[in-house]
Design a protein around this ligand. Structure first.
Ligand code: 9D3
Length: 255
């Protein structure tokens, strides 16, 4: 899969997608990354990409013209169909489902904005979809673009090994992960649930499932539709709830 990023800070991407499974995926050629600076598509002496907004008000806006020329060059750089995404606070929230959808495309072009935003005429003419990372204010779209690339690349065929894939499944099922424990020089096995030391793999799997259900109920009740749990899961969650000491808040939230 080919990624093109349009950004005023190209260096940001060269650094940040070089590590871990994602970095290795680019190294192995499972994905390609091309970074473009709209400033290279200006024609004035000042290489100007921002302007004051019509109508006045504070802040600057990214001009349509350099972005149009830049995107023309991006599109022409490869024959595969380019799907264009603008990272913006006005976008629909990014989700794992959206990552899956994007991972099925041959090419993704990501526009990272700066300043107050981008001339609406460019967005209307050239952007297929706007995506937000969530309801908080960032200073630009670079970190969101890198986040989307990370989430998408790890879904591409051949990127994750079997061990990682299993972990991924446990989040894609809509539940939080169970707690993890490992060897400690200083702590020994203090505080490690007995069952994990038992060697009984059926019991261990059952305990982990129960913890996943229980933690999701405690921390992220919004992810849990209790009416749609299997009978086995409903029983595990009931067990978890019964073991809770004290009274959890009525909405199930853990303070
Ligand atoms: C502080 C300026 N804001 C209104 C006066 C508007 C504003 C413009 C540009 C707020 C943030 C940004 C830069 N943010 C992004 O480019 C961005 C973003 C975000 O801020 N939050 C969540 N997801 C995203 S995706 C891109």
């Amino acid at each position: 899969m080919r990624f093109d990023v349009i950004t005023l800070f190209p260096d940001y991407f060269r650094q940040c997608l070089q590590v871990g499974v994602v970095g290795r995926a680019f190294e192995r050629g499972l994905a390609g990354l091309h970074v473009w600076n709209p400033r290279d598509f200006t024609h004035d002496n000042y290489r100007r990409i921002d302007e004051r907004p019509f109508g006045g008000g504070p802040g600057m806006v990214m001009m349509a013209d350099p972005l149009m020329e830049c995107l023309d060059a991006v599109v022409q750089a490869d024959e595969a169909l380019a799907y264009t995404v603008y990272l913006s606070p006005q976008g629909r929230p990014f989700t794992q489902a959206k990552a899956r959808e994007l991972a099925a495309r041959p090419r993704l072009v990501l526009l990272a904005g700066r300043y107050e935003g981008v001339d609406q005429r460019f967005l209307d003419a050239r952007i297929d979809e706007e995506i937000s990372l969530g309801d908080y204010v960032l200073s630009g779209g670079e970190l969101p673009a890198a986040t989307v690339i990370d989430a998408v690349v790890r879904l591409l065929d051949g990127v994750l090994n079997d061990a990682d894939s299993a972990i991924q499944d446990s989040f894609e099922n809509g539940l939080l992960d169970c707690p993890h424990f490992t060897r400690s020089e200083t702590l020994g096995t203090d505080g490690v649930p007995e069952v994990l030391l038992s060697g009984n793999h059926a019991l261990i799997a059952r305990w982990r499932r129960k913890q996943s259900l229980g933690r999701t109920w405690l921390k992220r009740p919004d992810l849990l539709d209790e009416s749609r749990l299997s009978q086995a899961d409903a029983a595990l969650l009931a067990e978890f709830k019964a073991e809770q000491t004290g009274n959890p808040p009525a909405d199930g939230r853990n303070p």
